[in-house]
Design a protein around this ligand. Sequence first.
Ligand code: SF4
Ligand code: SF4
Length: 717
Amino acid sequence: MEVSFSREAQMLRLGRGALFHGEGILAITKALLQSGVAYVGGYQGAPVSHLLDVLVQSHEYLAELGVHVEACSNEASAAAMLGASIHYPLRGAVTWKSIVGTNVAADALSNLASPGVLGGVLIIVGEDYGEGASVIQERTYAYALKSSLILLDPRPDLTRMVRIVEDGFALSEASNMPAMLQLRIRACHMRGSFVCSDNAAPAVSPLHLMEEPAAFDYAKLAHPPVTYGQEKLKGEERIPAARRYIVEHQLNEVFVGHHDDIGIVVQGGLYNSLIRALQQLGLADALGNAGPSILALNVICPLVPEQIHAFCLAKRAVLVVEEGQPEFIEQEILAILRRRDVNTPVQGKGPLPMAGEYTVEVIARGLADFLARVAPELAIGPGTAWLAQTNARRDAVAAQLAKPLPPRPPQFCIGCPERPVFAALKLAQQDIGPVHIAADIGCHAFATFEPFSMGHSILGYGMSLASRAGVSPMMNRRALAIMGDGGFWHNGLLTGVQSALFNGDDAVLVILKNGYTSATGTQEIISTPTADAKGDAADKQESQVHTNRLIEQTLEGIGVKWLRTVNSYHVADMRAALDDAFTTDFAGLKVIIAEGECQLERQRRVRPWQAQMLQKRKRLVRVKYGVDEDTCSGDHSCIRLSGCPTLSVKESSDPLRVDPVATVLDGCVGCGLCGENAHAASLCPSFYRGEVIQNPNWRDRVAARVRSAVIALFQPA
Ligand code: SF4
Ligand code: SF4
């Protein structure tokens, strides 16, 4: 990975009394070190990628401290890593994006939770839910309930978040339950401060090794018959122990308001939005002093019945602010109160919507509705006016536009090596007819948007080949699966390739080998070109992905007989390879590896190198593409075949032409796709390839003069 986190890595070294100022996710990372964590692992994904990225780049400091860091191949391997804490007094932390990562990790999570842990375990999950989420809209809560895990949801305040990490380990040890800590996108990226403690070197570590393994103990396995006993332990010992710790250490917070007869129970993570909503309604000040009393649950699982009972007992009514469906917390609160014969009215879903993100506006509307029903005497006039103004503003914009805004879907980066593969696939389907395309998770999912609109299903990360297994036998034409190299190593090799080979499936797989798990932040994987390969290259602008052949070797080793590696940018070659794969007599699995380095990562390497070359006054050649507007036919099929954002249109300078012509904007990185498409699809020959030479040598200068002179000969005077 070419992104540098050296500044963040320095902040991890801050000692006792120093003021940390930065992002929430980095504060959590620092808190892990302050807690004496012995090992950390995980699989990247927004919004928690930085945790692992920063630790991976801090490996020297972590080695000094004795903390082991592992970049796991998927979330299941990260969860399994926590098995170290079953027998040993080791504090372990892993991270991933939820809910997808938790789904992948579910097997290991259950097998961890059943025997329970001796060393504290903390799983930091990026809760990517609601506005801007890129995954299925589900919450982690169901897993916590099902597997008897602790679920922490800290109030977004750096001091509180750090404390919850430190207490999270202790709580896990006190109850023998693994703990999950969920962080919403806003909490990860909010900025704030906290006063640091010293980092704590773990007592057992690579610097202080254990002499002997733990004695064999069948009760530590998640195997019958001990699983029956473990199930009993969960309810009779672990959960009560967790509840005791939560109360004794005041992990949940009660904020007593001046309208104490009205109560709000809120997930800790939503506390800031709730306060802002109350402010908008005139029921809280800028310092967060609110009218209603608030119980902020920094631990949302398990709930503490005595605490819920005490908070709700003398209230006129209580609102539960709980995001997502179903309403787990609300139902449990209702059950707790009814079992204790407390008849405080409780509302939640109803005033608040069942699904979707609880933004400030959504909470404010729910609050206004709730208060109108239970406490109409509370004057929320200014808030009602604010909500009305928000509606009016939205209606005014909608009226002005007269129609909905056109969607602006995300798309491939300029010069992305994956775009040409889909251009080739468009052309190949002109030859062989439409095919069923099993898509996957990764940047290549951008091909589901225009101008490609390709992909019939997405069933999970690395699952494309597996997801066409039921389609292939039913389809006249071969089905195609597309996955990235990240997906291949995450899951695709086992769930897809191995299964297809074992079953003798007749299918086509395209693996986009760009060298990184690009969609999650271009983290390195086992098939990333080595730093040596990148460093040794004479021209740093050249792609180096061909230097690592691990995917090819793995496929050959596992028994793939039909295997082609094609340069992603060579559209005609890719089209021919696809045509061949769909029409060959070979009836087994056919794999095409589309090789081309992630352009984002390439540019991160190339731009500093180019700047250095210019600084040293060395000759630098950069390629740009352009359109000769006299030749451009104006049908824009090049745009429909490419989708590159720098390939655009402009008014023709010819007054006799009314239609716009194609043009290449400044951002062009010279990937060559424009020329390749024009050639492969026999488009009009309007594209030209130019070389921008900076710090030219004498040969360049002479050549330029000769060319100018020859051109001048043919120009009218
Ligand atoms: S990050 Fe890399 S692979 Fe992803 S769209 Fe950008 S260039 Fe393509
Ligand atoms: S050559 Fe064409 S496709 Fe490639 S970056 Fe330039 S405009 Fe975009």
